[in-house]
Design a protein around this ligand. Structure first.
Ligand code: MN
Length: 241
């Protein structure tokens, strides 16, 4: 499934959270203590749940758990999920010897000894869409390619576009606002985009960059009130798996 249209709930809030990057404690604190997510709310996630932080598997397990508990979770595909899916496909053709190479042993608890994703994770990751279209927003991991006739046809651009900004969106195009992650953006620039109601709003504050000024928060954006809630990194570790 490339993209999915999601309509506004009759009650409840709509939140978007950008690149979690394996920072489980930060995500849980943001969702449970700050947003106080309820069953009638919608929670959109912009992809990149894995790598860089300490607990990739924990984050995926948590998202699956929220879905199992009937929370309205709308996760997108990021380039890190795509890379993991690609490595799963590639590993099907590896020999025993190749499977022992250090370069392909990074399963992060999501893969078996043959470097194949466990079915539970393959199902979750394989079904992630590339974008969501809401009544007044597009949500995407990295951005859209406006140099092609139909920006919604370039899936690679949705995962990999670097440094997307509202300048990428031609003025004559009447496009819904775009909320995106992928490119780490200083907190002041995120706040400025929200205040200015920019045509494209970056939301990835590089949660894993917890030692840098202006970075190191996991941010949630309220699609109805335009409130921005940012939680400082509570995980601090690096990905050792
Ligand atoms: Mn990314």
């Amino acid at each position: 499934m490339k993209g999915i249209k999601i309509h506004k709930p009759t009650q409840g809030q709509r939140w978007v959270v950008a690149d979690v990057h394996a920072n489980l404690k930060t995500l849980q604190y943001l969702v449970e203590k700050k947003l106080r997510l309820r069953l009638e709310d919608q929670l959109f996630l912009l992809g990149d749940y894995l790598n860089r932080g300490p607990d990739s598997k924990g984050v995926i397990d948590y998202l699956i758990e929220l879905q199992d508990d009937d929370f309205q979770l709308y996760p997108l595909r990021g380039n890190h999920e795509q890379m993991l899916l690609d490595s799963h496909e590639k590993a099907k053709n590896y020999s025993e010897e190749e499977l022992r190479l250090p370069s392909i042993q990074r399963g992060r608890g999501l893969k078996d000894a043959k470097r194949q994703l466990y079915p539970k994770y393959l199902n979750f990751l394989g079904s992630l869409p590339y974008y969501y279209e809401l009544d007044e927003f597009y949500l995407v991991h990295a951005g859209f390619n406006f140099t092609v006739k139909n920006p919604l046809s370039d899936l690679d651009a949705m995962l990999w576009t670097r440094d997307f900004t509202e300048r990428f969106i031609p003025e004559k195009i009447n496009y819904k606002r775009v909320i995106y992650g992928h490119t780490t953006t200083p907190l002041s620039a995120i706040k400025e985009a929200v205040t200015n109601k920019a045509q494209a709003i970056p939301l990835d504050n590089g949660c894993y960059k917890h030692s840098l000024d202006e970075y190191g928060h996991l941010c949630a954006f309220n699609l109805d009130t335009w409130e921005l809630v940012c939680q400082k990194n509570l995980d601090k570790g690096s990905d050792a798996q």
